[in-house]
Ligand binder design. Structure first.
Ligand SMILES: Cc1ncc(C[n+]2csc(CCOP(=O)(O)OP(=O)(O)O)c2C)c(N)n1
Ligand code: SF4
Length: 305
């Protein structure tokens, strides 16, 4: 992530959906802390736009943010009156507390692949298992961006990172499979190169009662792209093999490395190796939701008293 960077006098966001930012508000200017070419700006834009389009009451959707580069999205999204920074990996626990204290709320969680599948893996599993009514976005850039590009549980086989200078040799976590096994009731994966699909999934998740998991594949140009070649994982396409050190190349690679779920059904494990399968994996709107089930038990207990 870049440093604070210059603050230009009188700089204002020029897009109508981003009327002000917390950073801009504090400093009287507008600036972004993301590296040039980072995918998080696209996500902030889409998120804010869906909120504006749907015209839903922001107070009912508190935003709980884990720790990583994406935490700085707080300066880009203005939709909500309540924004809460959780400890690294603990956003699901905070969201659970908020939902139980006020079941009218529907928490929205921002988490990274490191935050959610590394240190916060256990919290994520149990939130999915309970089917707590919330939306969790997992921003998968295949790396720990904020702390200097260490390998994450999602780093692709063969990739270079600061802690795997030769190559990543561990098996990677598939967040969608984890969510399926744990019991979340709406599960989808897409990429920042498919913005309209991301909007569609988010709209659906906002209306779904239960745990919605949306994994978003997004480029980290600085720590992932700069160290890796664009043929990573797609050798069979015989691509030149240039460093993915700009957004164009990274988005192009993300698109080529993504396989739609319907297409994936006809492919072997070998063909799918290191690819991202994208699409909707589960939608079960009628499963019991945690805070509602809890309220029923509470009622029984009170009546017995
Ligand atoms: C308890 C705790 N352990 C470790 C850290 C250091 N730390 C901060 S962000 C981070 C990794 C974030 O990676 P990810 O969630 O993938 O987000 P990204 O920075 O890539 O957007 C780590 C290890 C911390 N803040 N708190
Ligand atoms: S995720 Fe990567 S590209 Fe984005 S701000 Fe962090 S280090 Fe920079």
């Amino acid at each position: 992530m870049s440093g604070m960077g210059p603050i230009y006098p009188k700089e204002k966001p020029d897009h109508p959906y981003v009327q002000f930012s917390t950073g801009g508000y504090l400093f009287g200017n507008y600036n972004s802390l993301f590296c040039a070419g980072c995918g998080y700006g696209i996500i902030g834009h889409i998120f804010t736009r869906v909120f504006e389009d749907e015209k839903i009451e922001p107070k009912l959707f508190p935003l709980i943010i884990g720790i990583g580069c994406y935490t700085q999205l707080v300066t880009l999204v203005h939709h909500t009156s309540q924004k809460f920074f959780a400890l690294h990996g603990r956003a699901p626990a905070v969201a659970t507390g908020m939902k139980m204290a006020n079941p009218k709320l529907k928490p929205i969680i921002f988490s990274g692949d490191g935050d959610c599948f590394g240190i916060g893996g256990n919290h994520f599993i149990h939130m999915c298992r309970r089917n707590l009514d919330c939306v969790i976005f997992i921003f998968n850039n295949s790396i720990y961006g904020m702390t200097g590009g260490q390998a994450a549980p999602t780093t692709l086989y063969g990739a270079e990172s600061t802690t795997t200078p030769y190559k990543m040799f561990e098996n990677r976590i598939d967040g969608v499979n984890l969510a399926l096994a744990a019991g979340a009731t709406y599960i989808a994966r897409t990429t920042v190169a498919h913005p309209r699909t991301l909007m569609k999934y988010f709209r659906k998740a906002l209306k779904h009662k239960g745990t919605s998991v949306i994994e978003v594949i997004t480029p980290c140009v600085t720590y992932f792209g700069r160290k890796n070649l664009d043929r990573l994982g797609v050798e069979y396409l015989d691509i030149i093999g240039e460093k993915m050190d700009n957004t164009g190349r990274m988005l192009d690679w993300i698109k080529r490395n993504s396989v739609r779920i319907n297409q994936a059904k006809f492919m072997t494990d070998e063909e799918l190796f290191n690819n991202y399968i994208i699409g909707e994996f589960r939608y079960e709107p009628d499963k019991p939701e945690y805070s509602e089930e809890y309220a029923k038990i509470q009622k029984i207990a009170m009546e017995e008293k």
